[in-house]
Structures are given as structure tokens and as C-alpha cells.
Design a protein. Structure first.
Length: 151
């Protein structure tokens, strides 16, 4: 589904979450106050050294909060940017994770005015706003997968 939108990243994130019930798990990386959002409530921080993500040398940092842990890999050099972000929900049984990997991350004037056009893969179909509101689960696993011990 595509809908026209004009506004800031903050208002887009809020509209997706509030109006369409589609929160973006890594949206805090896109907010103007990303540092404040990420570090609020942090109880422990570890510098895990460096590593390579997508061919880019990165600093690997780990953070702990009350109900969530997260790791972030930041590109080294003159233009640091997030390359990988992993969120672990420690308050949920099994501690599920959400992970994203970024490339060609743009900020400031480099990102302004770019057009974001979705090109659907073969076999994909568009759905209406009304149909989107009726979908109750958009989980990562197909419906025919079951958790161990579940019929």
C-alpha cells in the first residue's frame, strides 16, 4: 500500500504507528534526537571493539536498558553512520531480536529531495488502506510455522 505523505520523519513515524498500527522498530535511528532516544534509560554500555559490516570498518557498541538490549555498529572515519542495529527484547520469553543492516546512509542535504519510490517484487500485489487496517498480524514467520510445543 502507498499513501501520499508530506511532513517530517518524526510525523511519518508517528502516523505509521498511530494511524496504521505499523511501528518501525528501528525508527529511533531516523529521528533528529536519535542519540537522546537511544541512550535514555541505558543502564550499561560496552565497547565490543571493531568489526566489519558490509565491507565497512565499524565500532561495535552494546547497550542495556530495563526491557531491551541493543547493539549498534558505527562506521569509522570522517562520516560515521549506523551500519547495523540489533534490538533484543529481554522482557519477552525467548528474547526475540530485530536486526537491520544499512548501507549508503545519507543525512542532511545529501538526503533532502530524494524520491523514495517502492518497486514491488514480482508477484506482489497492492492492498488498500482499509485492507491494511484489518490485518492483525504481520509477523516475521509465515502462518504455517508454529512455535515448539504449539499445535
Amino acid at each position: 500500500m502507498q499513501v501520499p505523505f508530506r511532513g517530517t520523519i518524526v510525523s511519518l513515524v508517528d502516523e505509521l504507528k498511530d494511524k496504521y498500527r505499523r511501528p518501525l522498530p528501528a525508527a529511533d535511528l531516523l529521528l533528529p534526537s536519535a542519540y537522546a532516544e537511544l541512550t535514555e534509560g541505558v543502564t550499561d554500555v560496552k565497547d565490543l571493539g571493531s568489526g566489519v559490516v558490509g565491507g565497512v570498518e565499524c565500532d561495535h557498541l552494546a547497550f542495556r536498558k530495563k526491557d531491551v538490549d541493543f547493539q549498534i555498529w558505527i562506521a569509522q572515519g570522517e562520516r560515521p553512520y549506523p551500519c547495523r542495529y540489533v534490538i533484543t527484547s529481554t522482557a519477552v520469553p525467548g528474547s526475540p531480536q530485530y536486526s537491520i543492516q544499512l548501507r549508503d546512509f545519507q543525512t542532511g542535504s545529501a538526503a533532502v529531495g530524494q524520491s523514495f519510490a517502492f518497486v514491488p517484487p514480482p508477484g506482489a500485489r497492492a492492498i488498500s488502506k482499509d485492507e491494511l487496517k484489518t490485518i492483525t498480524s504481520m509477523g516475521e514467520l509465515p502462518s504455517h510455522f508454529v512455535q515448539r510445543g504449539t499445535p
